[in-house]
Design a protein around this ligand. Structure first.
Ligand code: G6P
Length: 367
């Protein structure tokens, strides 16, 4: 087992550091040119022309990937999209709009609730079922007409890392393929494709912040709660950051869309509640900054992962970790990585079983 982990102390850390290679594999042969997008689904490619709506179903970390994809699908491909956790979706009556593509996202392809939701897709309004999955021999893949494999390689750590970032890369390809059949300009698609190719290098740069993040982690070890904030696609990134911290360090963590702070969570903010914010240089940056001032004004300690051009400075109660500039469509993928590292180091310092956290399983195959 140790040989497989190589130089790394835990599988989780190894898998975090494998992300540049995993992403490279996910993108390989699929993004050379705009025309490559037509080959994504080979024999079933025609199906994309019938899609008028998307329903995404997933659990855990994979659900967060779906939430991010929703922003992309509506903004770039112009397709309405709903996202729901499988355990809720499967047990409620729901309306299926005509022309709905049913998309499942799963690392294992064996999650009981996700599979059950897939097996219940009997409405004639579904045009097809697509699995975004990391295991090509899985039940989910076998039972779906369309498949997008994430090619992350085996993921052993219970807390999902490389599976998540490769899911996002695969979902962006789906968004572009749909955009292409729905009239998204060729030049725009080409720009995103070019930006996607920067992904492995950008993640590599962020991994170099590991030492700084480890130092930051010391401030969280004795805490009982943490709040994660983000806006736009950074909201699901914040949710994923909070989930990671809960899963492996057992610190209670919550994520909020920063604009919602004033409707409740602000009441929790004091010096014992660290607040982690994800602040890329996007169109919501100024709004986020004013949300962060609300936290500071209540004595909350802020930890901000910010674009180095975002003009955020270290000051009393504010710790800024500078991130490289990132093209907008890659922001959620790149900004997830420092949050993975933060949780990892906090968990190691707290002495938990990082790869096998208590009460959790890698793949939940029973309800
Ligand atoms: C479990 C794992 C999570 C994972 C979730 C969904 O809860 O601990 O890491 O995100 O299942 O798994 P899936 O294989 O469907 O992505």
């Amino acid at each position: 087992e140790d040989a497989e982990k190589g130089e790394y102390r835990h599988y989780m850390l190894k898998e975090i550091f494998e992300q540049p290679v995993a992403l490279q594999r996910t993108l390989e042969g699929r993004l050379g040119s705009v025309a490559d997008l037509d080959g994504l689904f080979s024999e079933n490619a025609d199906l994309l022309h019938k899609v008028r709506n998307i329903q995404i179903i997933a659990c855990g970390t994979s659900y967060h990937a779906g939430m991010i994809a929703r922003y992309w699908l509506e903004a770039l491909a112009g397709v309405p999209c709903q996202v729901e956790v499988a355990s809720e979706f499967r047990y409620r009556s729901h309306v299926v709009p005509e022309g709905t593509l049913f998309v499942t996202i799963s690392q294992s392809g064996e999650t009981a609730d996700t599979l059950a939701a897939l097996r219940a897709t009997s409405s004639p309004n579904y045009v097809g079922r697509l699995a975004v999955c990391n295991v090509d021999s899985s039940s989910l893949v076998r039972e779906s007409e369309l498949v997008l494999l994430t090619r992350a390689g085996p993921e052993i750590g219970v807390a999902s890392t490389k599976a998540f970032t490769t899911q996002l890369a695969a979902l962006m390809m789906l968004v572009l393929a749909l955009g292409r059949v729905r009239g998204l300009e060729q030049a725009r698609i080409q720009t995103v494709l070019d930006e996607m190719r920067q992904l492995p290098g950008l993640i590599q740069q962020v991994l170099q912040l590991d030492g700084d993040i480890e130092k930051l982690a010391e401030d969280f070890v004795e805490k009982h709660h943490t709040l994660f904030l983000g806006r736009g696609t950074q909201y699901p990134v914040a949710m994923e950051g909070a989930l990671k911290l809960k899963e492996i360090s057992y610190i209670h963590a919550e994520a909020y869309p920063a604009g919602e702070l004033k409707h409740g969570p602000l009441a929790l903010v004091d010096k014992d509640m660290p607040v982690v914010a994800v602040a890329p240089n996007d169109e919501l940056l100024e709004k986020l900054k004013s949300n962060l001032q609300e936290v500071r004004a209540r004595g909350g300690e802020l930890y901000i992962f910010a674009d180095r051009d975002a003009a955020l400075q270290n000051e009393d109660g504010v710790t800024v970790l500078n991130m490289p500039p990132v093209p907008e469509c890659l922001i959620p993928i790149v900004y997830t990585v420092p949050l993975q590292l933060l949780s990892y180091h906090v968990a190691v310092m707290r002495g938990t079983d990082v790869d096998q956290p208590r009460n959790l399983a890698k793949s939940v195959t029973v309800e």
